[in-house]
Design a protein around this ligand. Structure first.
Ligand SMILES: Cc1ncc(COP(=O)(O)O)c(C=O)c1O
Length: 452
C-alpha cells in the first residue's frame, strides 16, 4: 500500500545521503517488482539490472523454484535453530557445498552475510595457527564490519572508523614477492584474497594465486579465498578458484547462495581448521551466530543450488561472459576513451581513460582532477535514462563501470547491453559536450535532491 513512499521513507528514517545520490544520478525510480534479470518500476517499465543486488540475484530475482522451497519450509513448521541441537536442512547444505569444493574442504561454519563469513575466517585462522597477522591484497573488499574492514584496501571505507585490527598487512594484488616476504616472517595466520577483486573487477596476473597458495603452504600460513562475490557460478565456474585449480584452507561464501531471499553466509573449512578450533567439548560453541544455519536460509540455498544445476547456470555464465567480452572488447579499438574491457564469466567491467590527445584530453584531465571517477557516470547515467540499463561504477574514484547480470540473463539482453554501450560511448567520446550535458543533468538532479 505504501510502496510509492519508499524514497521519502528512506530519506526520513534511513540513509538520507543515499536518497541524494540516487536523485542526483536520476536513478530515483519507484521500484515495484523484480523478475529474472530485471527491475520493474511503477509505470511498468523494465530495467535490465546489472547491479543484481550487489550480486545476490544470480538465479534471477524471485525465482519460482526458490519461492516454492521457502513456502514449503514455512508451511512445514520446521524445527529451525534448536541451538543445542541440529536440523537436517543446514546439514544437507553443508554436505552439498563440501561436495562442490576442492579436496581440502570438509565442513562448513554457517553465517548470515559475507562480512560475517570473513570475520569467522579471521578468527578461525588465528585460532588454528596461533599467529596474529592477516595478510590481504591492496584494493581488496571483504566487508564493512571491523575485522573485515581491517582487510579492506580502500581508505574511503576505512577512514573514520579506526582503530581497526592492527595486525593486518596489505600487499599489492599480484605481487608474489611482496607476499612471500611477509609470509616468511612466520607470524601470518592467513592470506585472505578474492580470486577476482570486486572493486574494479581486477583479474589476478598469471601465476599469482597458485604462487600465493604455494607460498602459504611453504610457511604454514592458511590460504583463504573470499568467494562471497565470485562464488556460486558468477565467473563461469561454481567457485572462481577452479579457474586456477586452487585448494584453499577456507572459502568464504554468501551473497548469491540463497537466491537473494534470505541473508546467508558460510565459511567452508578444512579438517585441520575444524579440528583445531573445535578441539574439545568445552570449545564446541566458541564461534557461531544465533541465526547461522537457520532452516529458511538453508532451504533457499538448496533450492538455489538445484536451480543452478537444472538450468546449467554455471556453464551459461561462462558462455554468456565470453559473448559479452567478444561484443565489447572491440570498443577499446573504437573509442580512445576506453582503456580496457575485462571480465570472467558474468563479472565484467569497462575502464575509461583520458582521450589520447587534443582539447578533449585537456578537458578530461581537468574534470578528473576536480572529481575523480566522474567520467564513469558518462556511461551509467545515459545507460539508465536512454536504455533502461541499471549499472554503477566499480568503486570510489575510479572510471570503471561494472556489470554483474543475473546468470539467467537472455543472450539478446547481453547483445542489447553491448549495443547500448556503443551508443553511450559514441556520445561520451565527444568529451566536452558530453561532460557539459552530464554536469547539467547531475546539477538538475542535485537541485531535486536538495528540494526534498
Ligand atoms: C568479496 C566480498 N567479500 C565480502 C563482502 C561482504 O559481504 P556482505 O555485504 O554480505 O557483508 C563482499 C560484498 O560485496 C564482497 O564482495
Amino acid at each position: 500500500m505504501r510502496s510509492g513512499e519508499a524514497l521519502e521513507l528512506g530519506d526520513r528514517y534511513m540513509n538520507r545521503q543515499l536518497g541524494r545520490i540516487v536523485r542526483t544520478l536520476g536513478f530515483d525510480r519507484d521500484w515495484r517488482h523484480g523478475e529474472g534479470a530485471h527491475l520493474i518500476d511503477a509505470a511498468g517499465e523494465r530495467y535490465l539490472d546489472l547491479l543484481c543486488g550487489y550480486g545476490v540475484f544470480a538465479v534471477g530475482r524471485n525465482h519460482p523454484a526458490v519461492i516454492e522451497a521457502l513456502e514449503l519450509t514455512l508451511r512445514e513448521h520446521t524445527p529451525s535453530l534448536p541451538q543445542l541441537g541440529v536440523t537436517a536442512l543446514p546439514g544437507v547444505l553443508a554436505e552439498q557445498l563440501v561436495a562442490r569444493a576442492p579436496a581440502r574442504i570438509e565442513a562448513m561454519i554457517a553465517a548470515n552475510s559475507g562480512t560475517e563469513s570473513v570475520e569467522a575466517a579471521i578468527k578461525l585462522a588465528r585460532a588454528t595457527t596461533g599467529r596474529p597477522r592477516i595478510a590481504h591484497a591492496e584494493h581488496a573488499f571483504h566487508g564493512l564490519t571491523l575485522g573485515s574492514l581491517s582487510l579492506n584496501g580502500n581508505a574511503e571505507f576505512r577512514d573514520g572508523f579506526g582503530p581497526l585490527l592492527s595486525d593486518c598487512t596489505p600487499v599489492p594484488f599480484g605481487d608474489l614477492e611482496a607476499l612471500r616476504s611477509e609470509l616468511e616472517r612466520g607470524d601470518v595466520a592467513a592470506f585472505v584474497v578474492e580470486p577476482v577483486q570486486g572493486k574494479g573487477v581486477n583479474l589476478p596476473p598469471d601465476g599469482f594465486l597458485e604462487g600465493a597458495q604455494a607460498a602459504c603452504r611453504a610457511t604454514d600460513t592458511l590460504f583463504v579465498c573470499d568467494e562471497v562475490q565470485t562464488g556460486i557460478g558468477r565467473t563461469g565456474r561454481f567457485f572462481a578458484l577452479e579457474h586456477w585449480g586452487l585448494d584453499p584452507d577456507m572459502i568464504c561464501v554468501a551473497k548469491a547462495l540463497s537466491g537473494g531471499f534470505v541473508p546467508i553466509g558460510g565459511v567452508l573449512i578444512s579438517r585441520q581448521v575444524r579440528d583445531s578450533v573445535f578441539d574439545a567439548m568445552e570449545r564446541g560453541v566458541r564461534h557461531g551466530s544465533t541465526f547461522g544455519g537457520g532452516d529458511l536460509a538453508a532451504a533457499a540455498a538448496l533450492a538455489t543450488l538445484q536451480v543452478m544445476d537444472d538450468e546449467g547456470l554455471v556453464e551459461r555464465s561462462a558462455r554468456l561472459g565470453e559473448r559479452l567480452l567478444e561484443l565489447t572488447r572491440p570498443l577499446v579499438e573504437r573509442y580512445d576513451i576506453v582503456a580496457e574491457v575485462r571480465g570472467l564469466g558474468l563479472m565484467w567491467a569497462i575502464e575509461l581513460g583520458a582521450p589520447s590527445r587534443g582539447s578533449r584530453r585537456v578537458v578530461w584531465n581537468v574534470v578528473e582532477r576536480s572529481q575523480p571517477g566522474l567520467a564513469a557516470q558518462l556511461i551509467t547515467v545515459p545507460l539508465f535514462k536512454r536504455h533502461r540499463i541499471f549499472c554503477q561504477v566499480a568503486g570510489h574514484g575510479m572510471n570503471v563501470v561494472k556489470a554483474l547480470p543475473a546468470l539467467v540473463i537472455e543472450e539478446a539482453e547481453i547483445e542489447r547491453f553491448a549495443a547500448a554501450l556503443d551508443d553511450v560511448l559514441a556520445r561520451a567520446a565527444r568529451v566536452p559536450r558530453a561532460l557539459a550535458g552530464l554536469t547539467a543533468e547531475l546539477a538538475l538532479g542535485s537541485v531535486r535532491a536538495r528540494m526534498r
